[in-house]
Each structure stands twice: as structure tokens, then as C-alpha cells.
Design a protein around this ligand. Structure first.
Ligand code: AMP
Length: 284
């Protein structure tokens, strides 16, 4: 497994892979890898002959008061985990390799970048889209793998790829959860035992909505209310948003008719967590 820290090295390795006619898959991450990330690597291995994993804690997607400085960076153990999964290359640039030129060019996806997490974290998706566009240019993957865990991010990436004609297929992978239902996240490491217990309210709120949906409720406001009520019972969990939206436009829906995204974000202590579920009419 090669570890590349410069764009020039990474380009050379990827060009060789393509010259050998091997299908190249990319899994972009911020490191601190858990089973959720590794599921993306496995999906990439199953689909592509060569797999590149990027590890980059992208400064431009963090707000000034967010956790960029304290974000976990266990690089050695990440490398060991990726070696075990059979990744071919890790691209782990320093911030000044990616942002060296005092750039003033950004990618924003108007109409989507401000929704859900983009609403609570101004500039977040501008940072994400800019770095993902850069990674696509450096690695030039045929397929890029992203987790359904970040459902809004997935919608914004799909739109960017469509609008800017990136020659890459976007593959989404299901949310990997702990045995008790908590969605795996690198930020779960911040939680105390008490917070860890409280964090289960996110998944519980989504399950409540699913239950109401299966019971026949189709009114989005009523469904959202049933989920919010679960979170309101955990006073230490501060709701950021609880929304029922179209998974492509991220716009609100009044009634659940087709594929619909139920997304939640909440602070458990100082830690912001997200989770979601997709509702499907049976037969879809
Ligand atoms: P991150 O390192 O948090 O930027 O995540 C890198 C990729 O892993 C993103 O595409 C995430 O959606 C995905 N991911 C993170 N957590 C999970 C999870 N629990 N299940 C599936 N994919 C995940």
C-alpha cells in the first residue's frame, strides 16, 4: 500500500493505475476510521480493481468555533486498518498541499449548500464541495464511495457531479451502526458514557417516525412531530434540525409519497451528531 502526501505523487500513482486499465475507486475520509468507513472501502474493493482512500481533515469545511483542532487524527492505526482492508493507496496531504496558493475559487451548489447541515454550518458544504472537486481532479476515480450517513452531503455531491459533468459515478453505502443503533461517527469518541447513552435518542427519534409511517401516517409535519417529541424527552440533547425532505433537492415535503429523507442533527453536550433514515413506500 502506497502512502502519498503530495498531489504530484498521488497523480503519478493514479495515472499508472489507469494506464494498467484498472478501474479506480476513491473513498474520501477525514480519517479516525471506524467500521462505517471500512464498509465503504469494502464496497470499493468489491467494485474496483484499485482503491484509493484519502485522509484529509479539511479545514475549510469547519466553522471557526468547530472542532477542527481537536478532530482525532490517529494516522498510524488508520494506515494499519486500510492495509488490512487491501487499499492500494492512501492520499494524506497536509493542508498547505491542498490550499497552498491563497485560492479564491470555491465550489458552491446553490439551493442545496444552505440546506440541512449547510444551514446550521454556514460555509460547510462550500468547503466540502471544493475539496471533493479537488480530490476528483487529483485522483480521477471512475467511482467514488460516500456514506448515506451524510445524506445531505451525498445530495450536494451528486448535484455537483451532474452540474459540472465530472466523469465519476457516485456510489452510496448504507449507514453502519453500533449494536445499540447509534450511527458510527468519528465524533462518537468525544462522548462521555452518559452522553453516549443520551445520543441513542437520535436513532430512537428516527425509529419513531418509521413506526408512525408504517402505521399509515403520511403527513410530514405529523411525522416530524413524532420524532421531535422523542428528542424533547432528552433535555440534555439540543435539537439542531429534524427535517423531512426530498433526498435530491433537500426541500421540505408536505406528504410522504415517494422516497423521502428523514434527517436529524442534535448536540449531545458539545458534540454535534447527525443521523437519518429513508422512508420508502412498499414496492419502491
Ligand atoms: P468522514 O470521515 O466523517 O468525512 O466520513 C467519510 C465517509 O464515510 C463519508 O462518505 C461518510 O458518509 C462515511 N461514513 C461516516 N460514518 C459512516 C457510517 N456510520 N456508515 C456509513 N458511512 C459512514
Amino acid at each position: 500500500m502506497k502512502i502519498c502526501t503530495t498531489i504530484a505523487e498521488a497523480r503519478a500513482v493514479c495515472r499508472q493505475i489507469r494506464a494498467d486499465h484498472r478501474c479506480l475507486g476513491l473513498v474520501p475520509t477525514m480519517g479516525a476510521l471506524h467500521a462505517g468507513h471500512l464498509s465503504l472501502v469494502r464496497a470499493a474493493k468489491a467494485r474496483c480493481e484499485a482503491v484509493v482512500v484519502s485522509i484529509f481533515v479539511n479545514p475549510t469545511q469547519f466553522g471557526p468555533k468547530e472542532d477542527f483542532a481537536k478532530y482525532p487524527r490517529p494516522f498510524e492505526s488508520d494506515c494499519a486498518a486500510l492495509e488490512k482492508e487491501g487499499a492500494d493507496m492512501i492520499f494524506a496531504p497536509a493542508a498547505d498541499e491542498i490550499y497552498a496558493k491563497g485560492e479564491t475559487t470555491w465550489v458552491t451548489v446553490e439551493g442545496l449548500s444552505e440546506k440541512l447541515d449547510g444551514g446550521s454550518r454556514p460555509g460547510h458544504f462550500r468547503g466540502v464541495m471544493t475539496v471533493v472537486a479537488k480530490l476528483f481532479h487529483v485522483i480521477e476515480p471512475e467511482v467514488a464511495f460516500f456514506g448515506q450517513k451524510d445524506a445531505a452531503q451525498l445530495a450536494v455531491i451528486r448535484r455537483m457531479v451532474r452540474d459540472l459533468d465530472f466523469p465519476v459515478e457516485i456510489a452510496s453505502c448504507p449507514i453502519v451502526r453500533e449494536a445499540d443503533g447509534l450511527a458510527m461517527s468519528s465524533r462518537n469518541a468525544y462522548l462521555s458514557a452518559e452522553e453516549r447513552r443520551r445520543a441513542l435518542a437520535l436513532n430512537r427519534s428516527l425509529q419513531e417516525v418509521e413506526k408512525a409511517f408504517r402505521g399509515g401516517e403520511r403527513n410530514a409535519r405529523a411525522l416530524a412531530q413524532s420524532g421531535r417529541a422523542v428528542l424533547a424527552r432528552e433535555p440534555e440533547v439540543r435539537l439542531d434540525y429534524f427535517e423531512i425532505v426530498d433526498p435530491e433537492t433537500l426541500g421540505p415535503v408536505e406528504r410522504v409519497t415517494g422516497k423521502t429523507l428523514v434527517a436529524v442533527a442534535a448536540y449531545v453536550g458539545p458534540t454535534r451528531l447527525i443521523d437519518n433514515v429513508v422512508l420508502l413506500e412498499s414496492g419502491e
